[in-house]
Design a protein around this ligand. Structure first.
Ligand SMILES: [Zn+2]
Length: 138
């Protein structure tokens, strides 16, 4: 995966989620096909922390089941950094267990939110290109 496709609407939804949860970090799962996101699942941050997040394994299991039933796959995990830059923390890197997922970080550190995507493999962080486009209205 070198890039990830997310509509502008979905990006805005992630930013809204991050703002609603600040000053705590928020997290969630993005599902879709291949590298294209079509569904956003907001998850609880069980740590209720301004500097880290952890998903409830039970909730995560249910969401992964729902994703499978929709015929989709997990494309990315997102979380917010209310007061730091949009780059994985040492803990984010240590806890990145999925080689084939994108890790999206929403930073609210500056007035203008910053959203960036990364792949994290064996401790190596590489930035992924985010391709955005407005979804066509049917
Ligand atoms: Zn983080």
């Amino acid at each position: 995966m070198k890039s990830i496709k997310i509509s502008r609407q979905h990006i805005d939804r992630l930013i809204q989620h991050a703002r609603a949860g600040a000053p705590e970090e928020v997290c969630g799962i993005l599902a879709g096909t291949d590298d294209e996101v079509s569904e956003v699942f907001e998850m609880a941050n069980t740590e209720h922390s301004p500097v880290s997040y952890f998903m409830d394994p039970k909730e995560q299991f249910q969401v992964m089941k729902a994703i499978r039933e929709m015929g989709l796959r997990m494309v990315a995990i997102y979380h917010s950094h209310p007061a730091s830059e949009a780059f994985p923390s040492a803990k984010d890197v240590r806890l990145a267990f999925y080689d084939d997922l994108a890790y999206i970080i929403i930073s609210l550190m500056n007035d203008e939110p910053v959203v960036r995507a990364f792949s994290i493999k064996e401790g190596r962080v590489e930035e992924l290109k985010i391709v955005t486009a407005w979804m066509e209205c049917p």
